[in-house]
Design a protein around this ligand. Structure first.
Ligand SMILES: NC(=O)c1ccc[n+]([C@@H]2O[C@H](COP(=O)([O-])OP(=O)(O)OC[C@H]3O[C@@H](n4cnc5c(N)ncnc54)[C@H](OP(=O)(O)O)[C@@H]3O)[C@@H](O)[C@H]2O)c1
Length: 245
């Protein structure tokens, strides 16, 4: 895909990967729109980068998703790229009755919201040059970490959905990308960390961004980044190693 002169809408731009994409695309001469639930974060980002357009939204809510897509299309008609990035990461102990509300929330944010948003944008994007939908999945789409089974299942589902979406959009101008990040040091899983200063672990966002941006510019439609490559290639071996403890 071309790296400049796009109008790019990113879900979950208030931290981590979404914010890094927003900053990188802004620096390359794109118009960037981000959303997130935390209004204070959105305002801080606006102060730091006046060029970034902000919109507060909870994509777990169906009505807010519909209103969000309409708002983007009406106010930024030239939008040609949508990045489905927002996500949460929860643990779930399946040996006990689960908290089904939390499970539904994770499914809604990580799977139903990107699926719904993609479908809300495809009629608009299909008429545009250089259109793309970019789904952020995970290396854990290929090999699950068993203590976060629902998170990994949503990412596996997003991988599958991306293949189907790409197939359905074959005759249109829309390219469908999947970026599968490795473990990265962001705020992901922050809610379940008792010690909030504890890091997520994994590589620095800058290291990820260099490879991810290159993959997009090279039109690599399915791009596992860093260690995620190994998870895709050697699933069974990786599962035993990752879940040994
Ligand atoms: N970090 C990793 O190791 C890793 C590895 C593989 C894949 N990923 C994927 O990369 C994506 C970004 O994660 P990250 O690592 O950058 O984590 P992060 O720093 O926690 O960022 C998550 C983003 O999603 C937004 N978000 C979450 N729920 C939302 C909701 N209901 N409505 C709107 N926005 C919402 C958050 O904004 P608000 O809190 O302001 O709503 C935040 O901007 C996720 O899909 C994640 O699964 C991450």
């Amino acid at each position: 895909m071309k790296a400049s002169n796009n109008t790019i809408f990113i879900t979950g731009g208030t931290s981590g990967i979404g914010l890094a994409f927003a900053e990188a695309f802004l620096a390359k001469g794109n118009k960037v729109i981000i959303c997130g639930r935390r209004e204070d974060r959105l305002k801080e980002i606006k102060v730091k980068h006046p060029g970034i357009i902000i919109k507060q939204c909870d994509i777990a809510d169906e009505k807010q998703r519909i209103a969000l897509a309409e708002w983007v299309i009406v106010n930024h008609y030239e939008v040609n790229i949508v990045i489905n990035n927002a996500g949460i990461q929860l643990t779930a102990n399946l040996t006990q009755p689960v908290n089904i509300t939390r499970i539904r929330q994770e499914l809604e944010i990580n799977f139903i919201a990107p699926l719904h948003l993609a479908s809300l944008f495809t009629p608009h994007l299909s008429g545009r040059n250089d259109a793309a939908i970019i789904n952020i999945t995970s290396g854990l789409a290929f090999v699950p970490l068993a203590f976060m089974p629902v998170y990994c299942a949503t990412k596996a589902a997003m991988h599958s959905l991306t293949l189907s979406l790409r197939h359905q959009l074959k005759g249109t101008s829309i390219k469908v990308f999947e970026i599968a990040p490795p473990s990265m040091d962001t705020e992901l899983g922050h809610d379940r960390r008792e010690d909030k200063t504890q890091t997520h672990g994994g590589i620095h966002v800058d290291e990820f961004m260099a490879e991810a941006m290159q993959a997009l510019e090279d039109d690599l439609l399915e791009a596992p980044i860093g260690q995620a490559k190994g998870l895709r290639a050697k699933r069974e071996e990786a599962f035993e190693r990752m879940n040994a403890h």
